[in-house]
Design a protein. Structure first.
Length: 257
């Protein structure tokens, strides 16, 4: 899979805006990735652009299709990326993964949603595990884990519940967590997920900021309006929680796409 020149340029800019504190030689963790696009725009690649081959990216996703597509790219380019074929959760268990019409729409069965138009009737059983267990089993150095990007379609809060050891051992850490989806997927027990997530993270010493995608200059104007010719302003769109702890303060230009 080869990117066009414009895609490569956008990926490099996006990597700076999304992961500005992620440095060469560090570890980035991507929870949920999508290889169903004809362009290689996955955040796994963007994280790798920051840490280089002297660092490491952990790419976690339960969909075998995504792994099938990404594995040869990793091998061909000799990327420092470790694949983990699991879903993340608050405990170790198994559940059904409902497959979407494209990989980015996949969702676990326990996730509620109002919108079923993006799903197929195909389900597969997958393994769920905590991020704490995954990090421990991979024997990662907590001091090098610098950014964790969580984009797993409504399972973000459950993923955070399985990160107690990470929060206790990673003193300097950035998180980006997709939240605030406009349907039931953006709720937890009738409450807005971003409120619960930010309250939860505050107890672990994180400072948090919610950025709505249609209020983001990079995503709203550059990506959607200029490049994709789509008007998103005034429309309901999801957002991202940007969280920082220790010496990894949010940059004034930090954004998301």
């Amino acid at each position: 899979m080869k990117e066009r020149l414009t895609v490569r340029i956008l990926n490099k800019i996006d990597a700076v805006l999304k992961f500005p504190n992620l440095r060469k030689g560090e570890i980035g963790i991507q929870v949920g990735f999508d290889l169903s696009s004809k362009n290689l725009t996955t955040d796994v690649i963007k994280m790798h652009l920051r840490v280089k081959n002297v660092g490491l990216v952990i790419a976690i996703d339960p969909d075998p299709y995504n792994h099938k597509m990404l594995k040869p790219i990793i091998e061909e380019r000799k990327l420092s990326v470790k694949l983990v074929q699991k879903a993340t959760f608050s405990k170790r268990t198994t559940d059904k993964l409902t497959l979407g019409t494209r990989a980015s729409y996949n969702k676990m069965d326990f996730i509620q949603t109002d919108n079923s138009s993006n799903y197929t009737d195909k389900k597969i059983e997958v393994e769920l595990d905590t991020l704490d267990n995954i990090v421990r089993e991979l024997k990662l150095d907590y001091s090098k884990i610098a950014h964790i990007n969580i984009t797993n379609n409504g399972a973000e809060f459950e993923t955070l519940l399985g990160m107690k050891e990470i929060f206790e051992n990673c003193k300097n850490l950035n998180l980006t967590i997709v939240s605030g989806r406009p349907d039931k997927m953006g709720e937890i027990k009738g409450k807005k997920d971003y409120n619960l997530i930010m309250e939860f993270l505050a107890d672990y010493g994180f400072k948090c900021k919610l950025l709505r995608m249609n209020e983001s200059f990079w995503w709203g104007v550059v990506i959607q309006l200029i490049i994709k010719k789509k008007w998103v302003f005034g429309q309901k769109r999801y957002g991202v929680i940007m969280a920082s702890k220790g010496n990894r303060n949010l940059k004034f230009y930090q954004s998301f796409s």
